[in-house]
Design a protein around this ligand. Sequence first.
Ligand code: UDP
Length: 236
Amino acid sequence: MTFKRILLKISGEALMGDGSYGISTDMIRFLSNEIKKVTDQGIELALVVGAGNIFRGVAGAASGMDRSSADNMGMLGTVMNSLAIQDGLENIGIPCKVMSAITMLNVCEPYERVKAVEHLERKRVVIFAAGTGNPYFTTDTAAVLRALEIKANVVMKATRVDGVYDSDPEKNAQAKRYTSLTYSRVLKEDLRVMDAAGISLAKDNSLPILVFNMKTEGNIVRAAIGESVGTLISAE
Ligand code: UDP
């Protein structure tokens, strides 16, 4: 089954590529080409990007900053990442709009749900920047929230590994990948797919979450057209 409208969540760290901080232009190029494979199928695509490659509020708070100020900095980091992805997409001819939950009219559009849906219907990629616009949240929760607002069929959460495992596959060669999981199990076993607030919001509204590896070439489009990649989290 091909999804009609997808919300793709990319962590800030994914944008570092092989580096340890900031934005890798090679990674932006790779990601843009991968996204093109999806839009070429006529699938509507919205993105939410994190800021772990730049700044996370919890880290600022741990070193003595006020948490809300630190979270505002984190949200601004997501705007930088969103602009980088927009640039990468436009460079290969994909129309793209950035809509920010924190208004900055000179830089990008303010987030407006109805307008976002219009952009998607016109086959523009929409990047939702600045998370939810509120401190104490994460971009995972923002991804679920925006997906619900735009009535996306699925949240596809790109990670470094091929899905959800019963132990850390980067440490344990015997680790087993789940092909599907229920929200309840993810929450009960604290499987760290995304934060509990995001999972709970998805569970309450029966929004499926697909966790998959974005680094494997062709995987985003494979997931988008419904091939079995990663781990699908749903009610069953
Ligand atoms: N953030 C926030 N509210 C939101 C989304 C994000 O305050 O709705 C801040 C928070 O400080 C977070 C940072 O932005 O640490 C970056 O987001 P996240 O940690 O989710 O990025 P990722 O881990 O996906 O790179």
